[in-house]
Design a protein around this ligand. Structure first.
Ligand SMILES: O=C(O)CCC(=O)C(=O)O
Ligand SMILES: [Fe+2]
Length: 372
């Protein structure tokens, strides 16, 4: 079949604008009682971005207990973290130092924002890239082919330090607290990931990998026709590292050996995944894998994604494959890039156009025997 796009049977741009102008997101549609998924969200049955087989073998995303991280158990934890980062790109952590009460309060804080009265919430609704705290449904609404069944509150915490007064009163206190605690966990994770590469403990931290972060409070409303759309389409994260807190509904899935595998909700756990920038820096030793969130009849599902990414910081640091990891047999696979350039290219493209293209654009034409 010819690959030219067929003309759309409706004025999609107008539908998108009408939806965006409500400033009420997907939740606004559900609150208004819609029984059908509007066409801007509908994916055709043969949509290549939403396909893929479910995993048919026994496999579980690794769960790593960080309880012994400061004691004799450290080397075992280092090897488990390293193995998960190499093989799966995703793992869950328990006994990670962020209390269950904090996790619960963070999810409640995310819910409290999305449950705010429509007009009050609309004041945060914007597509302005410079705004540090904003509410948007689908940051890539006008760039991606299909909209996702999801609303998000974005909080850019370090650009540099966010004035807490910019955060909504509904969750200001817990977002500030969570930010501090998960940043500390992120530093621990970067230490473990450095050690697992045979590098000094502070190596990744000293490259400013924990220098900036943003907190995304996602809200996935119950969907009347979940088979027609997605909560979040497949993508990999443009971060160094991402830490996700999910509630007990489920729906997050990860690509493992070309098949989709669920990340089961585990009370008290946090989900950790390697981002594109760490894959680039480790020259493909660690993998930034695609993941997605299914739409669901049950909802709302709440999740809080904590992205370590310093693109808002005034840093001109250039990132490329770490020299200590390279050799004649293992040459650099990627060009160097600043985080600003890297992130700008992600924002300009949108989620479903990404699919590793950011990394592949930076890939050098080196022949790597391992990948032949
Ligand atoms: O909602 C989730 O569980 C994951 C969200 C996600 O993948 C992201 O924010 O990049
Ligand atoms: Fe993600």
């Amino acid at each position: 079949m010819a690959s030219e796009e067929l003309p759309l049977p409706y004025d999609r741009r107008k539908d998108l604008e009408d939806f965006d102008n409500t400033k009420a997101g997907v939740k606004g549609l559900v609150d208004a009682g819609i029984q059908r998924v509007p066409r801007i969200f509908v994916r055709p049955p043969d949509d290549a971005d939403a396909d893929g087989q479910d995993l048919d073998m026994e496999f579980e995303i690794p769960v790593i207990d960080l309880g012994g991280v400061l004691g004799a158990g450290r080397s075992d934890i280092v090897s488990r973290v390293g193995a998960a980062a190499r093989d799966v790109g995703f793992f869950q952590v328990v006994n990670h130092g962020v209390g269950k009460d904090v996790l619960e309060r963070m999810l409640e804080g995310a819910r409290a924002f999305h449950d705010m009265e429509r007009d009050a919430k609309a004041e945060y609704y914007t597509r302005d890239l410079e705004r540090l705290v904003k509410f948007t449904s689908n940051f890539d609404l006008f760039k991606s082919k299909y909209a996702n069944w999801r609303d998000t509150l974005y909080c850019q915490m370090e650009a540099p330090d966010l004035d807490p007064g910019e955060l909504p009163a509904a969750n200001r206190e817990i977002v500030m607290d969570y930010s501090k605690r998960v940043k500390a966990l992120g530093i621990t994770l970067l230490e473990l990931l450095s050690e697992a590469l045979g590098l000094d403990r502070d190596y990744l931290k000293d490259l400013d990998c924990a220098m900036g972060h943003s907190i995304l409070c996602h809200y996935y409303p119950a969907c009347p026709e979940p088979h027609l759309t997605m909560g979040t389409i497949r993508h990999s994260d443009p971060s160094f590292l991402t830490v996700v807190l999910q509630d007990d509904i489920g729906g997050l899935e990860v690509m493992y050996r070309d098949q989709w595998v669920g990340v089961p909700p585990l009370s008290g756990a946090l989900v950790v995944n390697i981002g594109d920038l760490l894959q680039l820096m480790t020259n493909d030793i660690y993998v930034s894998v695609e993941h997605r969130v299914r739409a669901n009849h049950v909802g709302p599902r709440l999740s809080v994604a904590f992205f370590f990414n310093n693109h808002m910081m005034p840093s001109a640091r250039v990132y490329g494959p770490i020299k200590e990891l390279l050799s004649d047999d293992n040459p650099a696979l990627y060009k160097e890039v600043t985080v600003k350039e890297f992130s700008a290219s992600g924002f300009s493209r949108g989620l479903d156009g990404k699919r590793k293209t950011l990394l592949s654009q930076l890939r050098l034409q080196t022949i790597n025997v391992k990948n032949l």
